[in-house]
Write a protein that binds this ligand. Structure first.
Ligand SMILES: Nc1ncnc2c1ncn2[C@@H]1O[C@H](COP(=O)(O)OP(=O)(O)OP(=O)(O)O)[C@@H](O)[C@H]1O
Ligand SMILES: [Mg+2]
Length: 246
């Protein structure tokens, strides 16, 4: 569950987000679309504490951040938030010196203090679900872009986050891989995962998202069911964007 109210973000002289309010129900996928520079990545980064919010509040995985909190309390809550909210970055940032298994078990062992054997067993199970169990001993540089991405997803899942955030997960994938990713992600939703996915691909959105948010110039312009936003947008700004999307 995510709940955001009146969220604003100001960096120096620049206002990046203003008055963003939304909720994401558990076990659903929210897709976020909008022109380049509209604030999509920044909003995701606020959701896992990488950016401090300047106004309003944000609650995810039972942890509440408020702009008015003092720095020390805010950082304390960000630490808790990061345990509940995982992020798969646009560029996957796998550790090049660790094997697939090492990449996945690093954080559960170091941060969650899971026994290594337990973390490895769980990692192999998760790799199985994305069709990569046999690749557990390989190194990232030997994997294709799509395979690296699936490892990055498993690495995020290994931390058992309540919410998973994705920034343009299909940007490095061909249409078939993109399709496979949609199937993988829907499978995770069936198992209870809540997700927020920023994407430029309307096809991918149709395949994965329950609801869609259209953003423009730092504002949450329109939020609705996927079919409604794609086929029957109400706000003229959303209509204009959808009309030009491929
Ligand atoms: N730390 C910062 N200081 C000043 N401006 C910033 C900062 N971070 C982001 N911005 C600006 O805020 C705006 C929103 O950026 P953001 O990366 O969130 O957009 P986006 O919607 O993800 O775009 P894209 O689709 O190109 O990835 C951009 O104009 C960006 O240059
Ligand atoms: Mg972005």
């Amino acid at each position: 569950m995510i709940s955001i109210e009146g969220l604003g973000k100001v960096a120096g002289e620049t206002r990046i987000l203003r008055g963003v309010s939304l909720t994401v129900e558990p076990r659903t996928v929210l897709g976020i679309i909008g022109p380049s520079g509209s604030g999509k990545t920044t909003l995701l980064r606020c959701m896992n504490g990488f950016e401090r919010i300047s106004e309003g509040s944000l609650e995810a995985g039972g942890v509440r951040l408020e702009a008015v909190l003092g720095e020390k309390e805010y950082q304390k809550r960000v630490k808790l938030l990061r345990r509940q909210v995982g992020m798969v970055f646009q560029h996957f940032y796998l550790f090049p010196h660790l094997s697939v298994l090492g990449n996945i078990t690093e954080a559960p062992v170091q941060v969650l203090r899971q026994p290594r054997a337990e973390a490895e067993a769980r990692a192999l199970g998760l790799l199985e679900t994305v069709g990569l169990r046999k690749s557990w001993s390989r190194y990232p540089e030997s994997l294709s872009g799509g395979e690296q991405q699936r490892v990055a997803i498993v690495r995020a899942l290994a931390m058992k986050p309540e919410v998973l955030l994705f920034d343009e997960p299909t940007s490095a994938l061909d249409p078939r891989r993109s399709n496979e990713l949609a199937v993988t992600l829907r499978g995770l939703v069936e198992q209870g995962q809540t997700m927020v996915i920023v994407t430029h691909s309307m096809k991918f959105l149709e395949d994965v998202a329950d609801r869609v948010l259209y953003m423009e110039a730092g504002e949450a312009v329109e939020l609705g069911d996927t079919a409604q936003i794609l086929n029957d947008p109400q706000d003229p700004r959303t209509q204009d964007f959808i009309r030009h999307a491929d």
